[in-house]
Write a protein that binds this ligand. Structure first.
Ligand code: Q9C
Ligand code: ZN
Length: 339
């Protein structure tokens, strides 16, 4: 198994609105550090990514969105009342004909959808190196490796073409899927197993049939990202029939989740996809402070073995997982199950 990682993620630790206060985010550097330690202990060698390919990222994100991520921190420093993290206090309402404002606070609102996400000094460095990991993992798989894992942090699957949220800024799974297409795969499938719905990945490919998006997740009737992630969302236009959502109840066991995986794997097989991207969140773990599902460490190996039965070239990108003490063992369990 090829593993791509870097310490550059440490530059990013944002603030989030939690219980009405701005706190240091539960999406912190310890997550990737614990995964790194567990992987080295399990004998994996971690390789540095190649430089970030911005033009590839601009195929799934707008240029003006990436420019905001890149420049927001320095623009924020020029404000007389700049606090410890750059974020808006105002988001667009359900109104057509929205206009992107010139002002930084307005642009931060225009380009985000949740108050659990803010920009700090190292955000751009961390998110571009994270995307570069996904890109390098794709390059290795396109060159013949069976599978590669990108230890991305912060995660990516909630980020849409032009909005950050849910701790996500650049959608690493979407970047990977697009890059697999650009390297010649006629069709690519994304399987999102994070506890939360992959709303960003869904929305980026919603009108396209060349990238099948499949997500198993907590029902958005009770869980973030709310508003989207329902079973009736099948895709639009050319993408009609190319999105599959499997919302699940609170406290879902691995046995019930695994049964729900059957039709998802069948859909991927039927799609004719030549490559697979797995958005690997381990916030389905029983002890996860954000989740309600009841998975055990060994379940991630079972999950991976079932996915590996698809026998597809596979790029795995790290998404959520906030039970920091166990996150490393859970990821290693999954990777063992792939091999
Ligand atoms: N203060 C991922 O797992 N934010 N994102 C929680 C609680 C929503 C999770 C806010 C959870 C986002 C990639
Ligand atoms: Zn999640």
């Amino acid at each position: 198994m090829i593993v791509i990682g870097s310490d550059a993620h440490r530059a990013h630790h944002a603030m989030e609105l939690h219980g009405g206060s701005m706190l240091l985010s539960s999406e912190g550097p310890d997550r990737a550090d614990v995964i790194t330690t567990a992987m080295r202990a399990a004998g994996y060698t971690i390789e540095e990514p190649q430089p970030f390919d911005r033009s590839n990222a601009e195929r799934v994100h707008t240029a003006e969105y990436l420019e905001l991520l890149e420049t927001a921190w320095s623009r924020w420093q020029e404000l007389p009342d700049a606090g410890p993290a750059a974020m808006s206090f105002s988001w667009p309402s359900r109104t057509p004909n929205l206009v992107r404002p010139d002002d930084l606070i307005g642009q931060l609102g225009f380009h985000s959808f949740a108050a659990d996400c803010s920009i700090v000094a190292g955000t751009w460095e961390a998110v571009t190196v994270g995307a570069a990991m996904a890109q390098t993992a794709v390059d290795r798989v396109s060159a013949g490796a069976g599978a590669a894992y990108a230890l991305c942090r912060p995660p990516g699957h909630h980020a849409t073409a032009d909005q950050f949220g849910g701790y996500c800024y650049i959608n690493n799974a979407a970047v990977a899927a697009q890059r697999l297409r650009d390297h010649g795969a006629e069709r690519v499938a994304v399987l999102d197993v994070d506890y939360h719905h992959g709303n960003g990945t869904q929305s980026i490919f919603y009108g396209r049939s060349d990238v099948l998006t499949v997500s198993l997740h907590a029902d958005p009737m009770f869980e973030f990202p709310w508003f989207v992630g329902h079973a009736h969302e099948h895709g639009d236009d050319d993408g009609a029939g190319w999105n599959l959502n499997v919302p699940l109840p609170r406290a879902t066991s691995f046995a019930d989740w695994s049964a729900a995986l059957d039709p998802a794997l069948e859909r991927i097989k039927r799609s004719g996809a030549e490559a697979l991207v797995v958005a690997l969140g381990v916030d389905t773990f029983a002890e996860d402070p954000l989740g309600t599902f009841e998975f055990a460490t060994a379940d991630y190996a079972s999950m991976a073995t079932r996915i590996a039965e698809l026998d597809m070239a596979t790029v795995i990108v790290q998404e959520g997982g906030y039970a920091v003490d166990d996150i490393g063992l859970n990821v290693v369990s999954f990777l063992h199950g792939v091999a």
